[in-house]
Design a protein around this ligand. Structure first.
Ligand SMILES: Nc1nc2c(c(=O)[nH]1)N[C@H]1C(S)=C(S)[C@@H](COP(=O)(O)O)O[C@H]1N2
Ligand SMILES: [Mo]
Length: 253
């Protein structure tokens, strides 16, 4: 197997034999105690190995020639709240992203505001837990820049994304830690494959968090919130599928 990502994937999942040895003596790295309440063992290992391998390690990027001719959608393909539907009918002209929680300066950002911030374009592979992958190009504002502008308070430890869609009556939400939040490839993406973000892919704004599986990439984002703990949100496991389907919170690829 010459593909290094496959080797790494084996280390992180099934073939994690070597990992416990790596972890000896590294207790201070993972802020572990509070995670133990909701991270399973394999997930804890994957989380810590990622952090040991380098918190700035980049996900692989691809060339335009490698882009998938067809990038399927998955999960909800539109927002379901009244507010989102009103915004969609109006081309999202009055839509605002709210950035709040444990920040010094809460923000309300229009799409034009987001486009006026530093931007990044990247071609990456999306891996869904259901077993399909697709390579696409994403353009957006690095989340770290926006959080920097809002000014995170010292107590902030996670970033929560609240979405405009529901399954039944349960709103979709997701969360990541600050290492992923400030990773250079983590984007609030408003563009895909050279155009605006299509509705089915999460218009007007979705997350790209390239070192984790598809369900972490929250679509139809309305709110970004900095919090100290995930315990009070949903069922307390940090995301819709984590709460409902017991998916891992740290879905490292
Ligand atoms: N708000 C929201 N975000 C979501 C989902 C969803 O149903 N609602 N589905 C997730 C899953 S499982 C995947 S694989 C990707 C699919 O992204 P795509 O529709 O752009 O392919 O979005 C993720 N983000
Ligand atoms: Mo997925």
């Amino acid at each position: 197997m010459s593909d290094p990502s496959l080797t790494r994937r084996r280390l992180l999942t099934g073939g994690a034999l070597a990992a416990p040895a790596l972890l000896v003596g590294c207790d201070r790295l993972g802020r572990a105690p509070s995670f133990r309440s909701f991270l399973e063992l394999g997930e804890t290992i994957s989380y810590r190995v990622h952090r040991l391998l380098g918190s700035d390690a980049l996900a692989r990027e691809y060339t335009e020639a490698e882009m998938s001719p067809d990038f399927r959608t998955n999960g909800n393909t539109s927002g379901s709240t009244e507010a989102w539907q009103r915004h969609a009918a109006n081309g999202f002209a009055n839509w605002r992203l709210s950035v709040g929680g444990l920040v010094d300066q809460p923000l309300q950002l229009s799409l034009a505001d987001l486009r006026s911030r530093p931007s990044r374009t990247q071609i990456t592979r999306h891996d869904c837990v259901e077993g399909w992958s697709a390579i696409g190009q994403w353009t957006g504002a690095p989340l770290g820049e926006i959080l920097g502008e809002a000014g995170l308070r010292p107590e902030a430890r996670y970033i929560v994304f609240r979405c405009a869609d529901t399954f039944g009556f349960r709103p979709y939400y997701e969360s990541i830690d600050l290492v992923d939040a400030f990773h250079p490839q983590t984007l609030l993406a408003y563009g895909m494959n050279g155009g605006d973000l299509p509705e089915g892919h999460g218009a007007p704004l979705r997350l790209r968090v390239e070192r984790q599986l598809g369900y972490k990439h929250a679509k139809f984002i309305m709110e970004v919130e900095a919090v100290e703990s995930l315990g009070d949100i949903g069922n307390g496991r940090g995301g819709y599928w984590e709460d409902v389907g017991f998916y891992e919170w740290y879905a490292g690829i």
